[in-house]
Design a protein around this ligand. Structure first.
Ligand code: UGA
Length: 442
């Protein structure tokens, strides 16, 4: 008789289908986090009642359209369509589900604090309820959970921060390094139910208090950003002393205490999370009377790193007045159409400030950024952006840039200069093709 398959060899979906009871789930806010959470929990077998205040977004989801670019998401939503119910109303969500995942955004305010107005309006919708719990996925300052629980004693409260990376969010959800669940004693039964949702994923669970869960999220993002700023500074020193930062990062990363991840040098981190969360943690510390010096440096290094690209162009082109510069990539990282805090936006602004004419190309994100690019010309192919250019900057490491016909690009460019902001292109091939190549830390 064949032996039964070992549990860890079963697919996540089949493990889910073996579980008897599947808790209906409410999702509030259908941005990146909400949509990915909705799709993945539906794939684990749960009925999802998902609400967003934007009728056009809800309508498009009902039609089967996906409002964001995230690899695999359209297929996952389609596969679980019968379990996904989208609405603009809160009442049907409260009727059907008791665990309500709050996935609204918490953008930075001018002071650097997180704007909690959307979180507060979600909590206002729920406050009268005894049988519901808010499961906080939105990134909030430490102390937010305690403050909400104090004001709305009847409502359960569980902190369940997300660690999804845009571009690989589905895999990050389904195979997490850890799941963090924070709750105080009165909400422990809700926390146990949240933990059970993640049971099929067989990930380590950190069960803790709410403030510590909130801090795990902020500290994790701040630490990863610190690693990036650290390797960027090492890269800058490598340029001065003739070392190769990619070799240095490889040699460092093999030390188990350091690890290989987030040691890729480049032109600075961007996105909706690191810039916001590092500032929010620094601000949180400052508001409590503690000056978080290290994070001040992490932020400054990141800002300077974005601008070093200008110096590399000037080194070869002299004054940039009237020069045609092509930016390859607008999204803050590949496989997403997200342009929030993207380095491309800073570069486009700085280059135009130096008097250059800027053209940009991105496979998916350029249209979203059109209004943020300050008059830069949006092109519909990489070769079109490079046509007649005096220099190109690789801003986002989209695979199609590595596969580009660089010989044809050289033929079209006025000056064969490439500044590779991600050490992504084949430098030897480019040199052989006659390009002047500038990487980071090489
Ligand atoms: C980040 C975290 O990695 C997630 O764990 C977290 O859940 C998420 O923020 C969030 O708080 O919601 P994300 O912003 O999607 O995820 O993207 P990352 O892959 O972390 O990249 C962030 C930025 O750092 C990008 O601009 C990327 O180009 C840059 N980066 C990343 C580097 O410059 N070097 C590296 O080695 C890694």
């Amino acid at each position: 008789m064949p032996s039964p398959p070992e549990p860890e060899r079963l697919s996540v979906a089949s493990r889910a289908s073996n579980s008897n009871r599947r808790e209906p789930i409410g999702i509030i806010g259908l941005g990146y986090v909400g949509l990915v959470t909705a799709a993945c929990l539906a794939d684990l077998g749960h009925e999802i009642h998902a609400r967003d205040v934007l009728p056009e977004k809800v309508d498009s989801l009902r039609r089967g359209e996906t409002p964001i670019h995230e690899p695999g998401l359209t297929e996952l939503l389609a596969r679980n369509r019968e379990r996904l119910h989208f609405t603009t109303e809160i009442a049907p969500v409260l009727e059907q589900a008791q665990l309500l995942f709050c996935c609204v955004d918490t953008p930075p305010t001018y002071s650097g604090d997180a704007d909690l107005s959307r979180v507060e309006s979600v909590v206002d919708d729920l406050r009268e309820s005894r049988e519901h719990a808010i499961v906080m996925k939105s990134t909030v300052p430490v102390g937010t959970g305690r403050s909400i629980a104090r004001r709305h004693e009847s409502l359960g409260y569980v902190s369940n921060p997300e660690f999804l990376r845009e571009g690989t969010a589905l895999a990050d959800f389904m195979t997490p390094d850890r799941v963090v669940v924070g709750a105080e004693a009165h909400s422990q039964p809700f926390a146990d139910r949240v933990e059970r949702l993640y049971g099929p994923l067989a990930a380590p669970v950190v069960s803790t208090d709410v403030a510590s869960a909130e801090m795990i999220k902020l500290a994790s993002n701040a630490f990863l950003a610190t690693k990036i700023s650290f390797i960027n500074e090492i890269a800058n020193v490598c340029e001065e002393v003739g070392a190769d930062v990619d070799e240095v990062a490889r040699g460092m990363g093999l030390d188990g205490r350091i690890g290989p991840h987030f040691l890729r040098p480049g032109i600075g981190y961007g996105g909706s999370c690191f810039p916001k969360d590092v500032t929010a943690l620094k601000q949180l510390a400052g508001n409590s009377g503690y000056h978080f010096q290290l994070l001040t440096a992490v932020i400054e290094v990141n800002e300077l790193q974005k601008r070093r690209t200008i110096g590399k162009l000037q080194k070869h082109l002299g004054s940039l007045v009237g020069k045609e510069i092509a930016l390859l990539g607008v999204a803050f990282k590949p496989d997403t159409d997200d342009v929030r805090e993207a380095t491309s936006l800073v570069l486009a602004g700085r280059l135009q400030g130096e008097g250059a004419h800027v053209r940009v190309y991105d496979p998916v994100a350029a249209d979203r950024a059109r209004d943020l690019l300050g008059g830069a010309r949006v092109c519909d192919s990489a070769l079109a952006a490079l046509d007649g250019a005096d220099g190109a900057v690789l801003v986002t490491e989209w695979q199609e840039f590595r596969e580009l016909d660089w010989v044809e690009a050289k033929r079209r460019m006025a000056t064969a200069l490439v500044v590779d902001g991600r050490n992504f292109l084949d430098s030897e091939m480019l040199a052989a093709a006659g390009f002047t190549y500038e990487g980071v830390g090489r």
